[in-house]
Design a protein around this ligand. Structure first.
Ligand code: PLP
Length: 407
């Protein structure tokens, strides 16, 4: 098969049809720009869905990967390895955590978190204490346990029976949690900023209220920071910004900057419930992933990078609001740092995907979060000139849709 034949139509011939990828196939990236097979260039405000935290082909990450690739690729957890130990130490130094479990994705980090929450309660309080409370519209991954904890029933449809003992309350509504919580509750699981659910930040009072409810009922507070973590909000983790410390935190996506890795962070006391043989992963803590994530954390945790997020965020937010007002397309831009959601007005309801496609036509990649929100999650070091260029292109995309409607 020659290269020309590798096109979008091949997807339908050889891939399971669970995704609906766009027509263009990117082949190369650099910083916040991407090029497709035809050499067309795009500004990337999608960031691989909040993953390419330092852009594409970041020299430091390439260096870390190549360096480790020339040393040691894989051992399994029969033996430990230096990159995993160093990365775990860094995560403990930079956060509330005292213990780390490595996985390969956000879903797996959450799977470990939910299993640990149950196991801890089982050991400490007995088998009756097994219920998990999470939130409507939340998203925690695609394994059977994580889609069941997630609050979007469509992702569970046809996959039942689901694990039992899971209840869903309303996000930012403490009373609805109070109505569900009992001595049987082992954990409350929450995204500090609901990502897939539309970039909806929790209020500080809500997260503090959950902390208090967990303390009162001997339940663990689990923060899913798979999307909000690793500098995206301008803080290494969003919990720092809220001043509310969880017992367990899951992180992935940006942690590897594009290399698959996830991690579950917790305290020594809680971690003790995952004794030898209780849980595991062949690849978790793989030296290649850990070496790259080390470089990501060393870079992102620098104060000037985190400060730079704010400047870029302000620019992007103002530009999107401006477009929103000029074309009557957005009612607000919500979120923090470089995890932003531009919310469609009444007259644009349901048209987020159309806007995304129009953006591609004009050379800018954005994301959606449901049918009514344009989501932006670019590299934390996107040049400000790329932000401006992306906004110009997106402006053209919206204008075109407006003139098509008028014509
Ligand atoms: N948790 C949150 C908050 C997410 O946004 C996602 C992915 O979008 C996941 C978990 C699942 O992560 P992964 O796709 O790496 O399994």
């Amino acid at each position: 098969m020659n290269r020309q034949q590798v096109d979008r139509s091949l997807f339908d011939e050889v891939m399971v049809p669970n995704y609906a990828p766009g027509n263009m196939i990117p082949v190369r990236g650099e910083g916040s720009r991407v090029w497709d097979q035809e050499g067309r260039e795009f500004v990337d405000l999608a960031g691989g869905i909040a993953v390419t935290v330092l852009g594409h082909v970041h020299p430091g990450l390439v260096g870390a990967l190549v360096d480790q690739a020339n040393k040691l690729w894989h051992l399994s957890n029969v033996l430990t390895n230096e990159p995993a130990l160093k990365l775990a130490k860094t995560l403990c130094d930079l956060t509330f955590a005292e213990r780390v479990f490595f996985a390969n994705s956000g879903g797996e980090a959450n799977e470990a978190a939910f299993k640990l929450a149950r196991r801890y309660a089982w050991e400490k309080f007995g088998p009756e204490k097994n219920e998990i409370i999470s939130f409507r519209n939340s998203f925690h991954g695609r394994t059977l346990f994580t889609v069941s904890v997630g609050g979007q029933p469509k992702y569970l449809e046809g996959f039942e029976p689901a694990p039992r003992g899971i209840g869903h309350a309303n996000f930012n509504d403490l009373a609805s949690v109070e109505a569900l919580i009992s001595e049987r509750t082992c954990a409350i699981v929450v995204e500090p900023i609901q990502g897939e659910g539309g970039i909806v930040p929790a209020t500080p009072e809500f997260l503090q209220g959950l902390r208090d409810l967990c303390d009162k009922h001997d339940a663990l507070l689990v923060f899913d920071e798979v999307q909000s973590g690793v500098g995206r909000t301008g803080h290494l983790y969003a919990y720092e910004m809220y001043g509310v410390v969880p017992d367990i935190l899951s992180t992935a996506k940006s942690l590897g900057g594009g290399f698959p890795i996830g991690a579950m962070l917790t305290t020594a006391e809680v971690a003790a419930s995952l004794g030898v043989g209780t849980h595991g992963s062949t690849y978790g803590g793989n030296p290649l992933g850990c070496a790259v994530a080390q470089k990501v954390l060393d870079t992102v945790s620098q104060p000037e990078i985190l400060k730079g997020v704010k400047a870029r965020s302000d620019r992007l937010r103002a530009g999107m609001m401006d477009i929103g007002q000029r074309y009557g397309v957005f009612s607000e831009v919500r979120g923090f740092g470089l995890l932003l959601g531009a919310v469609l007005t009444e007259s644009w309801q349901g048209r987020a995907k159309e806007l995304l496609n129009a953006g591609i036509e004009e050379g800018v990649m954005v994301l959606i979060a449901g049918p009514n929100v344009i989501r932006l999650a670019p590299s934390l070091i996107i040049p400000e000139s790329d932000v401006d260029e992306a906004l110009l292109r997106f402006d053209r995309a919206v204008k075109k849709l407006c003139s098509q409607a008028a014509g």
